[in-house]
Design a protein around this ligand. Sequence first.
Ligand code: CS2
Length: 491
Amino acid sequence: MTGLTSRSIAKAPATAATPQYDRNACGVGIVHLGLGAFHKAHQAFYTDAALAAEGGDWKIIGVSMRNEQVAADFNAQDGLFTILEKGNDGAKAQIIGSIDHAVCARTQPEQVLDALCDANVRVVTTTVTEKGYGIDRATGGLDLSNPVIAQDLTRDSAPVGVIGLIVTALARRRTRGIAPFTVLCCDNLPENGTFLRAGLIDFANRYDTDLGQWIADTVACPSSMVDRITPAQTADTRALAQELTGSEDVLAIETESFHQWVIEDNFPTGRPAWDAAGAIFTNDVAAYEKMKLRLLNGSHSLIAYMGQLLGKQYVRDVMADPCLEAIVRRHLEEVSATLPALPDIDLPQYRADLIARFRNPNIAHETLQIASDGSEKMPQRIFAPAADAIAHNLSIQSGAFATAVWMWYCKRGGKGMDDRAINDPRADLLRAAAQGDTPDEILSAFERMPGLFPKELSESPAWRKSVLGVLGDLAENPIEQVVETTFGRIS
Ligand code: CS2
């Protein structure tokens, strides 16, 4: 079996869609930092559609931040990879051609800087996960204890982190008289453009305040809401990609049919026709972000921690249990009450669609994957809506339940695993906080962790009482029983 390449796609079977544009006629216009499954299923997919609709010099140079092999794999496949779109009724294969080639930031930082300094590159996109920026969310400035930030700030060698690379490239462009690129953050963070912009300016100001001012004055950092459920690749993904495309593809990914991208329309340096694939350009991304982070991602975290404690491997396994599904529905309803109205969105329909997406029998999304990095995810997904609920006298029951379940997961780890399974940049602190003997000791220890809980929660007796109630229940009874007595029987 031959590997996927430009030559092999010429002979791809009818079961695989191939790029509907001349790849060689399109130049590069984007550098993407963070070459993981989500980027492939989302920005690379939208850019492929934009190139098919309007052409243009918008191909992507993909930057793998640490993994050299990923970049090598892309280059061996001429930048091509397969998306398996898995709806409720089977899979469709599409070979994506929008990535031109790839480099690795850890081993080739100067090549990354060269790419970022190319005048043709007008947009830089990022998907490096919530923890990948090295920005302290409590202050909005740099997290100086982050080893990559600390290393890049020394400026002893070429930077390897997102912030260091972008600021260094902007500085070089400024010196060379090249207009700055637009920076588009695509991670699940509230007001992600404003967040990244603050980190860039802080980094620059630490050695050159003129540069910091220039970035503040000239670099556009639109916010965006990104959405497409994309599990990690498995051996099954590769086998199915091979069956449908006729080529071996080590980079194949699987994802759901649904995709959404809402982007603040602020691209002084131009952008691809992402709207060709359905991207929505607006001036109010924050409301969409809030809806998605609280409803989709918040429920995801709740599902992940319940699933881990109950030994359920996939999101769909949790959703297959009527009692657990009822908990998720209740959560969606509680959180909806905290959202601003969105004229184009039918919230009950959005919730119903989410339930169907979580239940998708063809998507094997591991609860363990979503359970990672809780300390980075819980604040915007669970705590922020709960704080809003308190301010407006709304229900906090489900938010408190999700919080206690997370803390219990930090204490016990997943069923059938030892507690080393917790994957979080603050894993040691979380484990230590969760070791308290009483619910009050546990909650108080979590509350002392800097930047985790908003003070509206720690100062609310009603919130504390609800969390302590669930923690107390979990301390005395198996989780099956806690859930059953509250919501009915678990299968
Ligand atoms: C998930 C997200 O892993 C997680 O924390 O909640 O990756 C989620 O699948 C995406 O945001 C969906 O758009």
